[in-house]
Write a protein that binds this ligand. Structure first.
Ligand code: BES
Ligand code: MN
Ligand code: ZN
Length: 492
């Protein structure tokens, strides 16, 4: 992650300078000073580029004089429409334009300290890169940005505002690292080991292996795992941020992630084209791990549990067959019609365990669950399913604020009929029509009476194009959404 610092406003003598400029803003402060020292070069460049501070507009000026290597002006748009989202994006645009600089200074103009911290967050998120397996990249091709110094009058206040955001940024980075790792490296055991590292942040981490899961009766999860030589794990992460212990105020909030470290489809095998994408079929779990890191990293005043079910879905002589009937931890039996509908089988056991063990205030699960979700919503919104209107409403609203948007789909007894089985309590697929909904109906059978929301993130976990704060690749969708949900509604 790039380093963030705050300092009092002063024109730098070298390196790069970022100017954040609102629409219709008159030149003032550092911007004006710089324009004068460069003999009007800044104003001339703005004129040529027709840069007027509109939201999302960027004007880069190379070697403008005054010893500077580069000036990057980033538009903030209309002052009345300024919010954290716009500030994050501005930071993201700046970071993208600063790839070739090692150090840069950001003149924040009229922004408050907390607003400057939001700019820093956007920059850090955009500057993320997963390059541990690139060994032959030429130095001049590598992005060099290592440190960003934001100029503010109240440096102490800005630092205070940055501290929790840094915790969130680290959680997002961790999540992206996990999702980006190739599947030969990140198998269930390796992912569990990386979860274990959260204990450094004060998270209690428990890892259950195949024998413990077998003793508990996790027949649905183990059925998926049985075709792989890589053993399954379930990881239970607990963050106690209220200082009350779990008993005092009682119920924690709970997050559950699908962690299929590779999904071949099993015996119902997937076609070869694009199968490599299925390394990110553990993105739901990746988000839960990143979220727990974020909550612990910013010392959120909440009791939260994060549970991830980690398996690899492989075809082999020991793999589960279409037609098998498995007994889930809840006692309900499932006829496995299609071994590629494995995520719901994993979630079934983990969700049942979660509500039995923790009696949470709510459970939110995240899963790259259905290709049908991508057909419905593309890559913009995640699908949301919930048995609790108030929880769903909160998620929708917070999603709009942080730019991780969710769109609610219906649940209905009529859809539940789609997963009736002739020989067991249910089957694991409901046919092509309403494929994402029948998957959600399946999961709902394992949440008991708990308030619950299911986020199908199949379309948003990975991106093939850069967005202002999300470079292409693993997005960590849900970390910021759920962190903000907790901050706004569930902290003491
Ligand atoms: N992990 C996939 C869903 C998926 C597909 C996510 C493509 C992202 C991109 C899931 O396990 C799966 O295979 N679902 C099947 C369900 C079907 C067999 C009912 C699907 O969507 O095709
Ligand atoms: Mn599958
Ligand atoms: Zn899957």
């Amino acid at each position: 992650m790039i380093d963030i610092a705050f300092a009092k406003p002063a024109l730098p003598k070298s390196g790069a300078l970022v100017l954040l400029i609102g629409e219709g803003e008159v030149a003032a402060g550092l911007w004006q000073q710089l324009d004068e020292t460069t003999g009007g070069a800044i104003a001339r460049a703005f004129k040529s580029a027709e840069f007027k501070g509109a939201k999302g507009k960027v004007c880069s000026i190379l070697a403008p004089g005054a010893g500077l290597s580069r000036v990057v002006a980033v538009g903030l748009g209309k002052p009345a429409e300024l919010n954290s989202h716009v500030l994050n994006d501005a930071g993201g645009y700046a970071a993208a334009a600063l790839r070739q600089e090692t150090n840069a200074v950001v003149a924040t103009g009229m922004l408050q300290p907390a607003q400057a911290a939001e700019v820093a967050l956007g920059a850090v998120l955009r500057a993320y890169r997963f390059d541990k397996y690139r060994t032959r990249e030429r130095p001049e091709d590598k992005p060099r940005l290592a440190k960003l110094t934001l100029l503010v009058n109240e440096t102490a206040a800005a630092k205070n505002a940055w501290e929790p955001l840094e915790g969130v940024a680290k959680g997002v980075s961790l999540s992206r690292d996990l999702v980006s790792e190739p599947p030969n490296v990140l198998n269930p055991a390796e992912m569990a080991d990386r979860c274990k590292k959260l204990s450094e942040l004060g998270v209690k981490v428990e890892i259950l292996g195949p024998r413990e899961l077998g003793r508990l009766g996790f027949g649905a999860l183990l059925g998926v795992a049985q075709g792989s030589v890589n053993e399954p794990r379930m990881v239970v992460m607990q963050w106690n941020g209220t200082g009350n212990g779990r008993k005092a105020k009682g119920k924690p909030v709970a997050f559950i992630g699908k962690g299929v470290t590779f999904d071949t489809g099993g015996i119902s095998i997937k076609p070869a084209g694009g199968m490599e994408d299925m390394k990110w079929d553990m993105a739901g779990a990746g988000t839960v791990v990143g979220l727990m890191a974020a909550l612990a990293g910013r010392k959120a005043k909440v009791d939260a549990v994060g549970l991830v079910g980690l398996v690899e879905n492989m075809p082999s002589g020991s793999a589960q067959r279409p037609g098998d009937v498995v007994k889930s931890y809840s006692g309900q039996t499932i006829e496995v019609i299609n071994t590629d509908a494995e995520g719901r089988l994993v979630l079934a056991d983990v969700l049942w365990y979660c509500q039995q063990k923790f009696e949470p205030r709510f459970m939110i699960d995240l899963a790259t669950l259905t290709g049908a979700m991508i057909v419905a919503l593309g890559h913009e919104y995640a699908g949301m399913f919930s048995n609790d209107d108030a929880l769903a409403q909160k998620l929708s609203t917070v999603g709009q604020v942080v730019g991780e948007k969710v769109w609610r789909f219906p649940l209905d007894d009529a859809y539940d009929q789609l997963i009736k089985s002739e020989i067991a309590d249910m089957k694991n697929i409901g046919g092509r029509p309403a494929g994402s909904i029948s998957a959600a109906q399946f999961i709902q059978r394992f949440v008991n009476k708990t308030a619950w929301a299911h986020l199908d993130i199949a379309g948003v976990a990975w991106s093939t194009k850069d967005a202002p704060c999300v470079p292409k690749g693993a997005t960590a969708f849900g970390v910021r959404l759920l962190d903000r949900l907790v901050a706004q509604h569930y902290e003491e």
